[in-house]
Each structure stands twice: as structure tokens, then as C-alpha cells.
Design a protein around this ligand. Sequence first.
Ligand SMILES: NC(=O)c1ccc[n+]([C@@H]2O[C@H](COP(=O)([O-])OP(=O)(O)OC[C@H]3O[C@@H](n4cnc5c(N)ncnc54)[C@H](OP(=O)(O)O)[C@@H]3O)[C@@H](O)[C@H]2O)c1
Length: 214
Amino acid sequence: MTYSIIGSGAIGSALARRFAAAGIQVRVANSRGPESLKELASELGNSIEPASLDKALAADVVILAVPYDAVKGVLLKASNWKGRIIVDATNAIDFTTFGPADLGGRTSSSIVAELAPGASVVKGFNHLLHRILARSPDDGRGYGRRTLFISGEEPEGKKTVAGLMERLGFAVIDLGGLSQGGLLQQFGGPLTSHSLVTQEQKGSTVADLDLEEH
Ligand SMILES: NC(=O)c1ccc[n+]([C@@H]2O[C@H](COP(=O)([O-])OP(=O)(O)OC[C@H]3O[C@@H](n4cnc5c(N)ncnc54)[C@H](OP(=O)(O)O)[C@@H]3O)[C@@H](O)[C@H]2O)c1
């Protein structure tokens, strides 16, 4: 399974940091080309492969971390999405009001899905501020894991993305299809910016936790 992140700004580099921490190989691309990613790669190590946009777009799992306005241009550069997965980490924002963009009642990821026929589109990695996403998903005291949400229409695609998120150290909640879950987790939805942490400890049940400390 090959992974890529398109975008190396706030959210793309937060994600790259988590891939590097988990030792999972990932191609990273941006609009300026691989040369501009050398510094990030030398900071984060061998898991990070600076890539051209074309090479990143050819991965099995492509994480979109570009401004929403750039999504269409990026997606149309790939010739064939059939059998591949797009993780839509973008947020459709109207920057004049810093509110959700008017998409005529549609979810942002259903528009992404329309632009990439054949792809399994999973909304994910989009609801947390980049500085929070970049942190270790462990709360640091061994009590719980930060939670990510996913939404999508294809169970297999969601299973793959959930597995990736778990390997990165996160807990995962599947919110259902794009039209239900997508609305909950996309920008302006009720889950925007909520950083949830599970109540668990390795080898223990919730009942065993010292909740005074938690
Ligand atoms: N910032 C957050 O906390 C946050 C949280 C959740 C979701 N999001 C969403 O994540 C997405 C990225 O946000 P961000 O804050 O990371 O933005 P950002 O810091 O401005 O970074 C955007 C990245 O996208 C790349 N890019 C732009 N157009 C491109 C194109 N046509 N082809 C290839 N790469 C292109 C840029 O390349 P260059 O580096 O070469 O300019 C840059 O690396 C947005 O949709 C945003 O709503 C952001």
C-alpha cells in the first residue's frame, strides 16, 4: 500500500510528522516541487519522500491537504482514480466570513467524489487544528488516544483509512456516509475543532482507570 500527502503546509506537514513518528513511508508533494520539501524530509527522516505531484497522485491512498479551491485542479491531473482511495482532509471555507462555503447544501466531500470518478472518497483528518493533529495522539500520560472521524460511502475504503489512522496512533469513529457523517465533521459542522480523547489505558478497562487523575 502506497500513501501520499498532497500539500505540505500546516495540515500536510502535521500529517507528515505523524507518518514519520509511526515509521510509515509517505510521498509528499506540493505546488513547488520536491526540491522545496528537502528541509521537511531532513527534519522528519527517511519515511518522508519528497515527490512530484504526478508521483504523489499515483499512490494507492492520496490524502488531500490543499486549499479547497485547489482541489479540482489537483484531482483532474490524475488520469485514473479507479480502485484508489482519496482521503479528503480539506475544509471548504468562505474566507470573507470565515464560515463554511456555500455548497448549495452538498457536502464538500461529495463534490470531491464527483471530481474523481472511481475513487473511494473518505472524509478524514480535517476536523482538528493542525497544531493539535501534529501532536502525539497519545495524551502523554498513557490514558487515551485522540479521536479522528471518518465518513464515506465504501466500507473497504473506510476500513483502509481507519487502519491507517490506527497505525498512526489515533482512535477512529466511523460517522457513516458522506451525506450524514460528512456534514457532522466538515467545516461548520458540530464536530469542527472538537478534540476528543478516548478513556482507555493499555491492558485496562475504563473501570480500572484512575479517573481522579484523568
Ligand atoms: N490549517 C489547519 O489547521 C487545517 C485543519 C484542518 C483542515 N485544513 C484544511 O487543509 C487544507 C490545507 O490547509 P493548510 O492550512 O495546510 O494550507 P496551507 O498551509 O496554505 O498549505 C497548502 C498546501 O497546499 C499546496 N498546494 C496548493 N495548491 C496546490 C496545487 N495546485 N498542487 C499541489 N499543491 C498545492 C501548497 O503548496 P506550496 O507549499 O508549494 O505552496 C501548500 O503546501 C485546506 O483545505 C484546509 O481547509 C486545515
